[in-house]
Design a binder for this molecule. Structure first.
Ligand code: NDP
Ligand code: GUE
Length: 282
């Protein structure tokens, strides 16, 4: 079975659009992009388009590639203090000269719709999440939409980044999976991966996952965004070789990627609601 993330994202965006309309709120997202990396510019454009579609206002702050950390922090602080802004997203990666940790830490936790602030990650770990990172949260939505059982199942996450691997493992743990996190120092990686009922690959290498790493019938979630030899967009999973062995699998494109953006919209609406109805964040 193909897990159609694109279709799930369309459905969720339609529901969200109605919810926003009914709420009478006008949520607003600010994006911050530093430099002119074409991929980052494309992602930010996609986010702004999604905002428009569901009735979220958006503003884009663009800073030059040679902006200092202080300059980026200044922009973030201004957005923190702007009562018209509910959500702040600093597009990653930042240029080498900018201290990414300081910038992420500067985002007001109640506006941290990306879920990368240590406060958001800590809450997730504590089991009381407010904003979970969009990519792994979007994956949980796909699993839920397709009724893939998680409780008691063995989940293996390959990758331990702050934005994907770690929060993915915690979300699966919070949903009662038995979770293993693998990374570049893992011994017997293939053996670990083959034990997975739910295998999530967030590595960033084309054709990283072959059929020999996948248990028959496993659910395979492909987070990777890579280019193949022809320069075509592809995931971490050798899709053609794995798809018949997997019980369910996400394609690239059309799998996890669209869910990341849909979840960002959901988080931004939640940020707007939080401000009007409670103050549990911070
Ligand atoms: N679809 C979407 O919405 C999104 C897709 N992505 C994509 O997902 C991929 C991963 O992103 P991200 O987590 O940010 O990337 P990072 O580069 O931050 O993390 C990659 C992880 O893979 C691990 N790794 C690298 N090589 C191996 C190996 N040979 N064996 C086992 N583990 C390995 C690394 O281990 P170690 O920690 O030891 O170095 C690291 O933990 C990328 O392709 C990215 O473009 C990212 C965000 C959103
Ligand atoms: N602060 C921050 N937050 C992020 O969430 C963030 C980020 N920085 N930096 C980069 C990564 C990457 N990312 C993707 C979003 C959508 C698709 C997506 O929609 N992809 C489409 C294909 C798009 C195409 O045609 O290239 C798909 O997979 O079907 C992919 C990747 C968010 N990221």
């Amino acid at each position: 079975m193909i897990l159609d993330g694109k279709a799930v994202s369309e459905k969720r965006l339609e529901i969200l659009k109605e919810e926003i309309e009914e709420s009478g709120l006008y949520p607003r997202l600010a994006t911050v992009i530093v430099g002119e990396d074409p991929a980052s510019q494309m992602y930010v454009r996609m986010k702004h388009r999604a905002c428009e579609r569901v009735g979220i206002g958006s503003v884009g702050i663009e800073l030059p590639a040679d902006a200092t950390t202080e300059r980026v922090l200044e922009a973030v602080v201004r957005l923190n203090n702007d009562p018209d802004i509910n959500g702040i997203l600093v597009q990653l990666p930042l240029p080498d000269g900018v201290d990414t940790t300081r910038v992420i830490d500067a985002v007001a936790p109640e506006k941290d719709v990306d879920g990368f602030h240590p406060c958001s990650l800590g809450r997730l770990l504590a089991g009381t999440p407010v904003f979970a990172p969009c990519t792994p949260q979007g994956i949980m939505t796909i699993l839920d939409e397709y009724n893939i059982p998680i409780r008691g199942r063995r989940a293996v996450v390959v990758g331990r980044s702050i934005d994907v691997g770690r929060p993915m493992a915690v979300l699966l743990l919070n949903a009662d999976a038995t979770v293993t996190i693998c990374h570049s120092k893992t011994e017997n990686l293939e053996e670990e991966m083959r034990r997975a009922d739910i295998l999530v690959s967030a590595v960033g290498k084309a054709k990283f996952v072959g059929p020999e790493m996948v248990k028959e019938g496993a659910t395979v979630i492909d987070v990777g965004i890579n280019q193949d030899e022809q320069g075509k967009l592809c995931g971490d999973v050798d899709f053609e070789a794995v798809k018949d062995r997997a019980g369910a699998i996400t394609p690239v494109p059309g799998g996890v990627g669209p869910m990341t953006i849909a979840t960002l919209m959901e988080n931004t609406f939640r940020a707007a609601k939080l401000r009007t109805c409670d103050n549990t964040v911070r």
